[in-house]
Design a protein around this ligand. Sequence first.
Ligand code: PMP
Ligand code: GLN
Length: 380
Amino acid sequence: LATRLPAVGTTVFTRMSSLAAEHDAVNLGQGFPDFACDPKLVEMVAEAMRAGHNQYPPMTGAPALRQAIAAKIAALYGHAYDANAEITVTAGATQALTTAILAVVHPGDEVIVIEPAYDSYMPAVELAGGVVVPVQMALDDAGYHMPWDRVAAAVTPRTRLIVVNTPHNPTGSVLRDADLQVLADIVRGTGILVLSDEVYEHMVYDGHRHASISRHPVLAARSFVVSSFGKTYHTTGWKIGYVAAPAPLMVEFRKVHQYNVFSVNAPMQHGIAAYMANPAPYLELPAFYQRKRDLFRAGLAGSRFELLPADGTYFQCVRYGAISAMPEAAFAEWLTTEIKVAAIPVSPFYRQARESGIVRFCFAKKDETLALALGRLARI
Ligand code: PMP
Ligand code: GLN
């Protein structure tokens, strides 16, 4: 069979989680919390089921949830999306990202993807017949930096889309407000669209605010902004997310969405809509995860791992050059099988694997899980 995706195998997250389970390792690889979500949220979903929300919801998403999402974005980022025409509820961020790409990328269109990149973007561009134009982040002693000059240089008349991700998986770097203006300057006078993956929007640390693309009116007018309740509410297994975009873009998005999935889980949409009435859970998230980040960093401070900055997300990248010269995938496997702590190599986040001597740990774990892992990592 001629494959549509010759470069694609099984994702690194699936592989490392299987290896962690097989070797009884503490799994700091795949990004998901090992603690429970709020029981009140579970109760609200159960209540929605008892109330009879068990049939197809509208294709675009339950109105109550779309309104809650629009109200949240308006309150936090100051952009008023029309809940009917400009918000669609999706089966997680993954579906929103792939559907947006399929909706706007025509065969031969170029899509600029900043590497290291979350693994779903490039295969989606390839399925659409688009051409991936990878642009690598700069990496120096101080960590990863947005390569805006290289992004500007990569723009051609065929550029259809630029994919950005802030806070950024796997590097933990974040855009600041000034970056939004730089991006706006790059796309000014072109027809280039922006796809902004903001699933870690509530994990920005040290008192900074999240630089959502929707804060910048000129960018918002040409962007899809994607988020996921899986990250925000500690429910990665629920696979509910959303996309916000101006109406003309959303018309195209929905043409694909209706045949991609049609609509997504009704009782969870109603439960989440009710839960969103209280902003505290997401407003408290930066402090909640910053404490875990600091605990994890403190635990590694005296070790032979070198900590890179972690300004956002629930990931911590480390250099391991003082421990080993192994390639990243081999080192992550060794950590998992011998040290019994699973990590994710960064190399698969590049189209052509690049070795930087860096692996990623997820700190969205119970304190005791982090303590167990740190005890093992600090001894290496
Ligand atoms: N984008 C990024 C950057 C992610 O880290 C993830 C979660 N792994 C996703 C998208 C997918 O989110 P979801 O689980 O809601 O599909
Ligand atoms: N986003 C998660 C991570 O980066 C994994 C999601 C997945 O397994 N596809 O670890």
